[in-house]
Design a protein around this ligand. Structure first.
Ligand code: SAM
Ligand code: DTB
Ligand code: SF4
Length: 332
């Protein structure tokens, strides 16, 4: 079902209590409301990116505290994956600060890494910029489950943030990913100076994708010194929760991931996000280049709330099925 922007606005503007109630109804009808997917990020090639994304500490256009690192060796990445697995993650996400994926030695090395990490029993996610369908197919054949590429914001606000590639380029990469049979992970960033209307338009773009992205990361801008967005005001936590709830209602079978920006959120705000239907987070003391909450704090939070790690097999069933009518699962 496609929602009009007017309908999306009406959902977003519901009284907070009703909005959360609606999000919960949708969440427990389609998924396990106590399951949280745990992912760990690893930057496998850091900095010196030719793109000019104004939020990004890895862009070569800005002078930021990030130290550039060439593509990591297979064994080093596999070691990090083993740590992530031991830390409790079920999905390992590898990020490369590339404009696009180029065929050659480096991509071949990534394919070897993907194969080894997937053989460890971890779900593999890659985020490496634009890619073609044949490259997406090679990733899938190597054992990659999902590719992350964010729309970031509305079509209208996009050119205020990035001018080195277009919104259409991004949508084309998502199409290539989908055509290759990989899962799609696509979301955006709040707090870059966009209006509420831009945020709702972003959600409409995501919800208009057919099928919906399996994962929708919602990032709060991490303002990094040296980037053009270093002085942005933090996004209001209630506005953030409202966007999470609206995303949950629009995309009932997707995983909604609480992504960057959690270090600035207290436990109560994160709990509100879970109430609003968020059901994934990044575990580990670092995102790609910026800090993330301590793993022990995250497990304490999950424990305090009685939430448990989401089994990847179960998540796949949520994406496919019309409801949580899965053997042995009772949403309570
Ligand atoms: N270069 C690839 C790309 O752009 O698709 C992959 C890595 S890129 C860092 C992945 C995503 O991280 C971006 O699309 C953006 O949404 C998010 N991101 C980057 N810097 C951020 C920041 N400072 N705060 C919040 N999110 C950020
Ligand atoms: C996403 O939407 N957020 C993650 C992941 N996808 C790749 C990245 C967040 C990066 C935050 C800034 C940094 O640590 O460099
Ligand atoms: Fe490069 Fe990705 Fe950062 Fe943009 S978001 S500058 S493409 S690493």
């Amino acid at each position: 079902m496609h929602h009009t922007l007017e309908e999306i606005r009406e959902i977003y503007q519901l009284p907070f209590t009703t909005l959360i109630h609606r999000a919960q109804e949708v969440h427990r009808k389609h998924q396990d409301p106590a399951g949280i997917q745990l992912c760990t990020l690893q930057s496998i090639k850091t900095g010196k990116c030719p793109e000019n994304c104004k939020y990004c500490p890895q862009s070569a256009h800005y002078d930021t505290p990030v130290d550039a690192e060439p593509l990591m060796d297979v064994e080093d990445i596999v070691g990090k994956a083993a740590e992530a697995k031991a830390g409790g993650a079920s999905r390992f996400c590898m990020g490369a600060a590339w404009r696009d994926v180029r065929d050659g030695e480096q991509f071949d090395s990534v394919l070897t890494t993907v194969r080894e990490v997937s053989d460890m029993g971890l779900e593999v996610c890659c985020t490496m910029g634009m890619l073609r369908e044949d490259q997406a197919l090679r990733l899938k054949e190597a054992g990659c489950t999902v590719y992350n590429h964010n729309l970031d914001t509305s079509r209208e606000f996009y050119h205020e943030i990035i001018t080195t590639r277009t919104y259409e380029d991004r949508l084309q990469t998502l199409k290539n990913v989908r055509n290759a049979g990989l899962e799609v992970c696509a979301g955006g960033i709040l707090g870059m100076g966009e209006t509420t209307e831009d945020r709702l338009k972003l959600l409409k773009e995501l919800a208009d994708l057919d099928p919906h992205p399996e994962s929708v990361p919602i990032n709060a801008l991490v303002p990094v010194p040296g980037t053009p967005l270093e002085n942005q005001e933090p996004v209001s936590s209630f506005d953030f929760v409202r966007i999470v709830a609206t995303a949950r209602i629009l995309m009932p079978r997707s995983i909604v991931r609480l992504s960057a920006g959690r270090t600035e959120m207290n436990a109560e705000t994160q709990a509100l996000c879970f109430l609003a239907g968020a059901n994934s987070l990044f575990l580990g003391e670092k995102l790609l280049t910026t800090p993330n909450p301590e793993t022990s704090d995250d497990f304490r939070l999950l424990n305090d709330l009685g939430l448990h790690p989401l089994d990847p097999e179960q998540a796949r069933a949520f994406h496919r099925n019309a409801g949580p009518a899965i053997a042995g699962f009772d949403p309570g």
